[in-house]
Design a protein around this ligand. Structure first.
Ligand code: COA
Ligand code: AMP
Length: 634
């Protein structure tokens, strides 16, 4: 069957399609049906099945005779470590960690925060939670203590599992002081912490609260897998919304298993015994779905990579790992390829390695610009598959499903909707627009298995953010169009979310931090086009009357404030002081117009602008901080 037949088969019988897909999962109790729609527009999948994620990701493969196959390959060009962990070893390690967590009282439904760098123990911690039915929430290491504290208060974990440090190429990231500061800041206090001490830094433990990873497991009884209901939350993953309060995306257990297994086979063309690598971080959704769960559920080998595409130590590191581990499907972000291309424009580093096993390169996280895709196609000689998805969906909304059929690619398009997704482009009033017309991209409800059933303890926010604007649809927050062949084009966000180096960030959250500076009366943050990172944030500050602090000092202070409050990942490095911000007569700041000016694009000042002369001031301010393009905008 080709893509069209598979998609039509889903359209004709969605229930039958997903029940069939569910056969690829081991159930303790089979679900009686796929879709549970009694609380529509809030939907659930396979709710009355009984199932365990860790069983499906680990134990069943050992039982099937794959115990000696490498499950996780750790590659750290920063520590020079290369280590393989077999499925049997993984089972023992995870069962032991889960046993220790249980001894300390962690049970099904308890939340556990995981704050770890790219080491296999991060996956082991996730799987140990899954084994017990505990709900993990992984926090990315590039966030500051304050962001960790916000997540602690929101999901109220019984325990936190962390490492002593993370390693960036130029510095050690001291996780433990960040963790201690976050616990101090948070209202909620975890009962205990488990700290994995890395060789590079041994952290000081708090007596009675902190346990060391190994000591904690000493002599404990390994835990068996606890079957959970299909609609039991597997994890919460926080992502940026329009405000400083992140959204806790919930993932239910059974839909997650079924969808990831389906995607491994049909999108990535990966079966048991294959080798798959997603060069992302466990702190992001790509890390959840395609470093940890997807490849392991499929019985494949996954790679945990602690390094960067360039500089650790050279721009050939991706290709070396693909060669050495005979990777079949590789997944990265366009920004990583842009970084490599900048240092290796002619692909010399690529030619040094034998990439015979590589069948396809997958890109996601941000728009894949045609130049980068063409460069990769030319130098790698394999299909380059742009695919589009979000933390909320957990797997691709649109892709080129090479496990079914490799469709012709179109530059600038993540190809076609996957089964389960009825994607439509709508106008402001919610009516579908003709092919080729730009609009808001929405997905007809219900969303397929594996997607978010809601936000943690925030049903109202879930409805407001995703369901209310276009009744009957899930609002993706992306704008774009569909062409005559049914290919999707994702052009921009419709909200205040920006995408910096494949990382999703909220300009609203940055504005909250800028506004907290005592000299700042009013501010705005926009995303400006960046040739490496896709976008980078730029802040505009209006100072309070009477402030005498030099402007460059205020700028330095707000840059530091964002780094301290949100974290280095925000990559907030430039800001300028202006007298006024451009606004509509009703007081709405014209961020989109400011972004167009910064990018040197044509723009039309809205008729409702209160004073068009302010736009010239913005243009000058931008030119003054190194955005010469702004001078050309008009
Ligand atoms: N822990 C702590 N700090 C981190 C971090 C982590 N896990 N990840 C990034 N940071 C820090 C970096 O050290 C940097 O700090 P600095 O300001 O002191 O230099 C800052 O956050 C910004 O990081 P980043 O945006 O990653 O920039 P970079 O210059 O270090 O690297 C790229 C640029 C393009 C090479 C890099 O961003 C990259 O590989 N991006 C791909 C992202 C990706 O795979 N996303 C997955 C989504 S699919
Ligand atoms: P995240 O939730 O961090 O995965 O970010 C999701 C957002 O990243 C999407 O809503 C898009 O704005 C953007 N995005 C992800 N993948 C793509 C893609 N292939 N093309 C265009 N934008 C993408």
């Amino acid at each position: 069957m080709g893509y069209r037949e598979v998609y039509s088969a889903w359209q004709a019988d969605p229930e039958g399609f997903w029940m069939q897909a569910a056969q690829a999962i081991d159930w303790q109790r089979q679900p009686s049906k796929a879709l549970f729609d009694d609380k529509a527009p809030i939907y659930e999948w396979f709710s009355d099945g009984l199932v365990n994620t860790c069983w499906n990701a680990v134990d069943r493969h050992v039982l099937a005779g794959r115990g000696d196959q490498i499950a996780i390959m750790h590659e750290s060009p920063i520590t020079h470590a290369t280590k393989g962990i077999t499925y049997k070893q993984l089972q023992d390690r995870v069962a032991s960690l889960a046993g220790a967590l249980r001894m300390r009282g962690v049970e099904k439904g308890d939340r556990v925060i995981i704050y770890m760098p790219m080491i296999p123990e991060a996956l082991e911690a996730m799987l140990a939670c899954a084994r017990l039915g505990a709900i993990h929430s992984v926090v990315f290491g590039g966030f500051a203590a304050n962001e960790l504290a916000v997540r602690i208060d929101d999901c109220q974990p019984k325990a936190i599992i962390a490492a002593s440090c993370g390693l960036e190429p130029n510095r050690v990231v001291h996780y433990k002081p960040l963790l201690d500061a976050a616990i101090d800041m948070a209202q909620h206090k975890p009962e205990f912490c488990v700290i994995f001490q890395r060789e590079q830094e041994v952290a000081k433990l708090v007596e009675g609260r902190d346990f060391s990873w190994h000591g904690f497991q000493y002599g404990v009884k390994p835990a068996e897998c606890v079957p959970v209901e299909g609609n039991h939350p597997a994890y919460i993953l926080y992502t940026s919304g329009t405000t400083g309060q992140p959204k806790g995306v919930v993932r239910h257990t059974a839909g997650h298993l079924v969808a990831l297994q389906w995607s491994m086979t049909n999108i990535y063309n990966i079966a048991a015994g294959d080798r798959f690598w997603a060069a992302s971080d466990v702190g992001w959704v790509v890390g959840h779905s395609y470093i940890c769960y997807g490849p392991l559920i499929a019985g494949a080998t996954t790679v945990v990579f602690e390094g960067k595409p360039v500089g650790t130590p050279h721009p050939g590191v991706f290709w070396r790992i693909i060669q050495n581990h005979r990777i079949k499907s590789f997944f990265t972000a366009p920004t990583a390829l842009r970084a490599i291309r900048r240092e290796d424009p002619d692909g010399e580093w690529i030619r040094r390695y034998k990439l015979h096993d590589l069948q396809a390169l997958f890109l996601a996280g941000e728009r894949a610009d045609p130049d980068t895709v063409k460069w990769a196609q030319e130098h790698l000689g394999v299909p380059v598959v742009d695919h589009w998805w979000q933390t909320e969906t957990g797997w691709a909304i649109a892709a080129n499903p090479i496990g079914i059929e490799t469709l012709p690619t179109k530059l600038g398009s993540p190809s076609v909707p996957m089964p389960g997704y009825d994607v439509q482009v709508l106008d402001e009033a919610g009516h579908p627009v003709p092919a080729g017309t730009l609009g808001a991209i929405a997905v007809k409800l219900p969303l397929p298995p594996g997607t978010l059933p809601g936000l943690w303890n925030a049903e109202d926010r879930f409805r407001k953010s995703y369901l209310d604007h276009f009744p009957g649809y899930y609002e993706t927050g992306d704008a774009g169009y569909i062409d005559d062949d049914g290919y999707l084009y994702i052009m921009a966000r419709t909200d205040d979310v920006i995408n910096v180096a494949g990382h999703r960030l909220s300009t609203g959250a940055m504005e909250e931090v800028l506004a907290s500076h005592p000299a700042v009366a009013e501010c705005a943050v926009i995303g400006v086009a960046d040739s490496l990172k896709g976008q980078s944030p730029v802040g505009f500050l209006c100072l309070k009357a009477g402030v005498t602090t030099p402007h460059d000092q205020v700028v330095r202070e707000v840059v530091k404030l964002v780094r301290d409050k949100i974290g280095p990942v925000a990559a907030f490095k430039s800001a300028c002081v202006v007298d006024r911000l451009p606004k509509t007569r009703s007081g709405k700041i014209l961020r989109a117009t400011m972004a167009k000016i910064a990018d040197g694009e044509p723009f039309k000042a809205p008729a409702t602008i209160d004073d068009p002369a302010i736009l010239d001031e913005i243009r000058e301010a931008l030119a003054g901080i190194g955005y010469p393009e702004a001078a050309k905008a008009g």
